[in-house]
Design a protein around this ligand. Structure first.
Ligand code: NAG
Ligand code: NAG
Length: 236
């Protein structure tokens, strides 16, 4: 008799959950509760799943395209607060709607921590792009930098900069030799010249995708004209 009661309870619960989905209470990931709360708080830059512009708002700064595909869990909404007050409201509304908050600054979390989730709980992306204030107090030697600020805002950038990418496919041994040389050279370059290295198979930067095996791509940014960058590179 006890077992029958338990079974009945489970069936009823299952029915209740399905009824919730049908009524849009559970099925919309709390998005309607979230957007109503945000609207009441005057937060306007909100894009919900399925609405126009959702893909653009979500994809604006996803750096690891593995998490941009259809298989990756997507947020119920992307909200971009325009002020600290709006940011507070976004966090409060997400909590009230039962949504986990994913905070995104520049989207450089290669693990996707700022725009997807592994445990499949309903979540919202709070994009901090508009909160990019930088205040420097030279007398105290302190700086206050908001999370949406990007590197270009933190460093004086000359009118002309040079960017380049060089891809070198090859055997694991030849790629390892190049990476080893980069490890020796890169730390000694002038601070105006930044060179990164990406190692992988079939990288999109590869100029010859038919090449099997691995490749290394060096990406460079020089804060100055190309002839200066070339002079430095030639002297290595
Ligand atoms: C909304 O926020 C995004 C950043 O997620 C920004 O690019 C866009 O310009 C904002 N739109 C408005 C109307 O402020
Ligand atoms: C790509 O690499 C393969 C193997 O080294 C070579 O046979 C082919 O000609 C290359 N293709 C181009 C467009 O460079």
């Amino acid at each position: 008799m006890g077992a029958l009661a338990l079974l009945l309870f489970l069936v009823l619960r299952l029915f209740a959950v399905q009824a919730g989905v049908g009524a849009g209470i559970v099925g919309d990931d709390g998005a309607s509760c979230f957007t109503a709360c945000l609207a009441a708080a005057g937060v306007r830059n909100v894009t919900t799943r399925g609405s126009p512009g959702y893909g653009a708002a979500l994809g604006a700064s996803i750096q690891n395209l593995r998490f941009a595909g259809a298989g990756a869990p997507k947020p119920a909404a992307v909200v971009a607060p325009a002020s600290l007050e709006e940011l507070r409201a976004a966090v409060r509304c997400a909590r009230a709607a039962g949504l986990v908050v994913r905070l995104r600054s520049g989207g450089h979390s290669y693990e996707g921590l700022s725009y997807t989730t592994e445990d499949r709980s309903a979540f919202a992306v709070v994009d901090l792009a508009a909160l990019d204030g930088v205040r420097v107090d030279a007398s105290r030697g302190t700086a206050w930098v908001e999370a949406g600020a990007t590197l270009g805002q933190l460093r004086p950038v000359p009118e002309r900069v040079t960017a380049f990418a060089a891809n070198r496919p090859g055997s694991a041994e030849s790629v390892a030799r190049l990476v080893s040389a980069w490890q020796r050279v890169a730390p000694r370059l002038p601070v105006e010249l930044y060179v990164s290295a990406f190692v992988g198979a079939g990288l999109p930067e590869s100029s010859n995708r038919t090449t099997a095996g691995v490749s290394v791509t060096f990406k460079g940014l020089y804060l100055g004209p190309s002839h200066e960058a070339l002079r430095i590179l030639a002297g290595i």
